[in-house]
Ligand binder design. Structure first.
Ligand SMILES: Nc1ncnc2c1ncn2[C@@H]1O[C@H](COP(=O)(O)OP(=O)(O)OP(=O)(O)O)[C@@H](O)[C@H]1O
Ligand SMILES: [Mg+2]
Length: 223
């Protein structure tokens, strides 16, 4: 099933001498239950594409469908961006960005509350167990390893049961082994929960974990 479709996305930054064409005519599909890698050199437009698909920074032109519904037409959203993001999307970034004065459990629970997931406590327990974090639930972020922090960030991203999970270099700050464990988690989420997962990565050694990969170059997508 198609979770996300984007057609002919373009986006530029700046003007005149500082004009950067960050995206040029990018089209792609993300399928439910599949984990997809997004590769490409620095500056090729990967983060710009993820931000457009994540409704964080809209494209100048093109269309985006989520769950079969048109949500972006050109530079306009069809509906409230907050509502659309909460309904469809989860995000994981390079750094876990956990709230430092809340335990692992409270970080996840807060995301459940914000996402309107009822009851937040039960969903939090479910997520912590699923991500094998139950034994670390009461730890503070500074007491967690980088890999554990990133697993809490994945738990938080899954709070509202998003159909689409976007991750921008989620393992860049981790060593090879921990990075691979987090990548395995994305594949598991896709295959077990039916989520459509898109992961930006520079690490070709984990490509065996992905169902599909796209590569960007100069703002264009190569299959
Ligand atoms: N807010 C911005 N204002 C101006 N230019 C920007 C902005 N964000 C990105 N760019 C430019 O757009 C192009 C694409 O940037 P983007 O961050 O999407 O690349 P990337 O593929 O994610 O790179 P990296 O692998 O280094 O993260 C680059 O030339 C970048 O300098
Ligand atoms: Mg980037």
């Amino acid at each position: 099933m198609e979770a996300l479709r984007a057609e002919h996305l373009s986006k530029h930054y700046g003007a005149g001498a500082t004009l950067v064409r960050a995206l040029t005519d990018v089209s792609l599909r993300l399928e439910s239950g599949a984990v997809c890698a997004l590769l490409g050199p620095s500056g090729s437009g990967k983060s710009t594409l993820v931000k457009a698909l994540g409704l964080v920074s809209l494209p100048d032109a093109g269309r985006i469908w989520m769950g079969g519904r048109l949500v972006v037409d050109g530079d306009a959203a069809l509906g409230s961006l907050d509502v659309l993001r909460r309904r469809h999307l989860g995000f994981v970034f390079q750094k876990a960005n956990l709230i430092p004065f809340l335990s692992a459990r409270k970080n996840v629970e807060l995301a459940c509350e914000i996402g309107g997931v009822e009851p937040p406590r039960r969903r939090t327990d479910e997520l912590l167990a699923y991500l094998e974090l139950a034994h670390r639930a009461d730890a503070m972020p500074t007491e967690l390893s980088g890999g554990e922090q990133q697993r809490v960030a994945v738990a938080r991203a899954l709070a509202n049961r998003p159909a689409i999970l976007l991750a921008d270099e989620p393992t860049a700050a981790l060593d090879r082994e921990r990075g691979r464990a987090v990548m395995e988690l994305f594949a598991r989420v896709a295959h077990e929960q039916g989520t459509a997962v898109l992961v930006v990565t520079h690490d070709h050694r984990t490509l065996d974990l992905f169902d599909l990969s796209y590569e960007m170059e100069d703002g264009r997508l190569k299959a």
